[in-house]
Design a protein around this ligand. Structure first.
Ligand code: HEC
Ligand code: HEC
Ligand code: HEC
Ligand code: HEC
Ligand code: HEC
Length: 434
């Protein structure tokens, strides 16, 4: 039996059964107290026994036995309550118990920088109010899973389990970040040599401003002095109106010029970490990113010609399940290499097998057909993959104030691109050559 079902059995089945048994026992003792042999320790019995001088020691022994047993019982009850409560807060319960439902979030979580942070640290955080809310929605969700009525994929945001600014700020404090940071992005071209190219950029991380320091750069949005809020669609992919409020100034309202807007919008929402970092831990990559990551870490050997191009083609087909996908990906690739590069299938079969496994892994870690999660189902808001995504949901030409002011689209406000998709070199050479 795997760990999480064992935990479920102990904490949520055996524990409560023990408690029910105990209640039945107490009930039985009270209601059947008049009958002999069962009602041993009723008040009447004790009074009667006490009035008989010779029985006194027996009574005392019985009483101490009772107190010891009571303590033992209370201890077990305490431990069961405590551990059951903690079990429902564990990563194993949240991530693995309803296996299919939570698998995508659990798998991506495990491959992320937050794999050592527990689900509840982000989804519930401190405070009794959130905890109570989460337990109520939790019960509803258990029913949805039991009745098979849950949505696939699970829509975000999760209203009652919403990570909010305070939960992130328990560990990160963007108001004390400062300055810029060098980002190197590795990529591989879909050519025969799988050419390794790099984009090198200075990311203007900036700061939320703190004890006299000015807010600047990307984390300018989290400062108290400049409050950005917006009205948008429920999934936050489309934004209708942006409002900037600053001390001692009238609010600046940016409206979308003539934009068509889907119905079912939200109330005005103050922007926080999640409006950019919506994927801090459930990081679903695109097929290209997933392959680049496997190639740069050597999980997929770069020596196999056209492995990026062929891998991408195999990954992007539709499959009904991960099992079918892994088989089909292996078949397709082996067939192609047998036809086009028989010398590799003969001479370097180990390397090719390794590459195939890496490509299968890229699929399994990001696509979950059982939950209708394909490449790009959950998009990150931290960059801009398409014209109107991520930062460009607001930083685009369409938003204007009455006086015609737009939200900045200056590339250098966010990052300075030093080289873009250039053949990889030693970073010192790139920096010296500028
Ligand atoms: C570092 C913080 C963090 C941790 C740890 C974390 N999550 Fe999340 N989770 C988020 C954020 C942020 C979202 C997206 C919220 C939004 O967009 O409103 C999210 C969304 C989700 C969703 C909705 C579907 C989706 O992908 O958007 C599910 C389900 C979920 N998390 C389950 C889990 C489970 C299970 C665990 C533990 C295995 C976990 N989370 C751990 C931050 C976290
Ligand atoms: C319990 C502590 C904790 C909480 C809560 C937490 N984080 Fe983190 N975060 C970490 C740790 C630890 C790292 C990893 C640092 C590293 O690997 O360098 C990290 C890394 C990050 C990174 C850098 C990721 C990268 O690719 O290098 C971002 C961005 C981030 N967290 C955002 C968030 C956001 C947004 C939230 C709230 C939803 C959050 N974190 C909640 C501890 C936490
Ligand atoms: C306007 C969008 C935006 C908001 C709001 C925002 N961030 Fe960021 N943050 C970014 C971007 C963009 C980066 C750099 C690129 C990346 O890490 O993907 C970044 C980087 C980070 C990092 C990594 C810093 C480093 O030095 O590597 C952490 C940690 C982080 N943010 C935490 C937070 C927390 C916590 C909040 C909320 C209080 C927050 N951010 C609000 C956009 C934002
Ligand atoms: C909800 C709308 C919204 C989103 C989403 C958004 N911004 Fe902004 N951002 C604004 C507004 C409004 C301003 C202030 C107007 C201006 O100066 O253009 C601003 C200003 C900035 C500035 C200039 C700060 C300064 O020092 O004046 C930077 C840098 C920036 N944003 C980066 C980003 C990045 C990076 C992202 C995506 C990760 C992002 N923004 C996403 C609304 C948004
Ligand atoms: C509002 C802020 C903002 C503006 C304006 C902006 N970008 Fe970006 N851009 C980002 C962020 C944030 C990332 C990094 C996301 C990440 O960490 O992957 C990025 C990433 C990139 C990348 C690297 C993509 C990759 O993964 O290789 C390129 C290239 C790029 N931007 C080009 C541009 C150009 C050209 C412009 C001007 C027309 C521009 N950007 C304007 C915020 C911005």
């Amino acid at each position: 039996m795997t760990g999480h079902y064992f935990g479920f059995l102990i904490y949520l089945v055996m524990g409560p059964l023990f408690l029910i048994g105990l209640l039945l026992l107490i009930g039985g003792t009270l209601f059947c107290g008049k009958k002999e042999d069962i009602g041993r320790l009723t008040i009447e019995y004790i009074e009667e026994e006490l009035s008989r001088p010779g029985r006194f020691t027996r009574i005392r022994r019985l009483l101490s036995l009772t107190s010891v047993l009571t303590f033992v019982t209370l201890f077990i009850v305490g431990v069961v309550t405590y551990t059951s409560f903690h079990y429902t807060e564990s990563v194993s319960f949240c991530g693995q118990f309803c296996h299919t439902v939570m698998e995508p979030e659990y798998v991506t979580f495990q491959n992320s920088p937050h794999s050592q942070v527990s689900c509840v640290q982000c989804h519930i955080g401190a405070g009794a109010e959130w905890m109570t809310r989460s337990k109520f929605t939790g019960v509803r969700q258990l029913f949805a899973v039991a009745m098979d009525t849950y949505p696939r994929p699970i829509p975000t945001p999760l209203e009652a389990l919403r990570p909010e600014r305070a939960t992130c700020e328990g560990c990160h404090r963007p108001e004390v970040f400062h300055g810029d940071k060098l980002y190197v992005k590795d990529r591989f071209l879909p050519d025969e040599a799988n050419t390794h190219v790099q984009t090198v950029m200075v990311m203007r991380i900036g700061s939320g401003g703190y004890s006299g320091r000015e807010a600047h750069g990307i984390h300018w949005h989290v400062s108290e002095e400049h409050r950005v809020s917006y009205v948008g669609s429920r999934d936050r992919n489309t934004i209708r109106q942006v409002v900037l409020r600053e001390a001692d100034r009238d609010p600046v309202v940016y409206g979308r010029a003539g934009g068509v807007f889907p119905s079912g919008g939200t109330e005005e929402r103050l922007m926080d970490c999640i409006d950019c970092h919506n994927r801090p831990t459930h990081v679903f990559l695109t097929a290209g990113e997933a392959l680049d990551q496997k190639l740069i870490t050597g999980v997929i050997p770069r020596e196999i010609p056209f492995i990026k191009r062929q891998g991408l083609a195999a990954l992007q087909r539709k499959y009904p399940s991960q099992e079918v996908a892994t088989r089909a990906i292996a078949n397709e690739l082996m067939e192609w290499y047998r036809r086009e590069y028989p010398e590799i299938v003969e001479g370097r079969n180990d390397l090719l097998k390794k590459a195939v496994m890496g490509i299968q892994q890229a699929y399994i870690e990001n696509v979950f057909p059982e939950m209708n999660i394909d490449w790009g189902t959950y998009m990150s808001f931290t960059g801009h993959r398409e014209d109107d995504s991520g930062c460009f949901r607001c930083h685009n030409n369409e938003f204007r104030t009455e006086t015609g002011r737009t939200i900045t689209q200056d590339c250098d406000a966010c990052h300075i691109i030093l080289v873009e998709d250039q053949p990889a070199r030693d970073i010192r050479e790139i920096l010296k050559g500028l």
